[in-house]
Design a protein. Structure first.
Length: 70
């Protein structure tokens, strides 16, 4: 029973330490917006555009594959 109390006490202490950190946590869109700011902004934008173009290429290729050949 003593071990259960020690575990409970340790968990409560950890929760008390984590509460301020979790209270400061921002939302998903704020965190994503922060990615596009700072020193690596150019590379993040370049990677996003590249990923978009590659995705469009895959969609177009799938579309052309599904269409019956004339």
């Amino acid at each position: 029973m003593n071990l259960d109390k020690e575990i409970s006490k340790a968990l409560q202490q950890e929760q008390a330490e984590m509460a301020p950190i979790l209270a400061e946590e921002k939302g998903l869109f704020t965190m994503l917006g922060n990615v596009y700011q700072g020193n690596t902004r150019f590379w993040v934008i370049l990677a996003s555009i590249s990923a978009l173009l590659i995705t469009l290429g895959f969609v177009y290729s799938g579309y052309r594959f599904i269409l019956p050949h004339q």
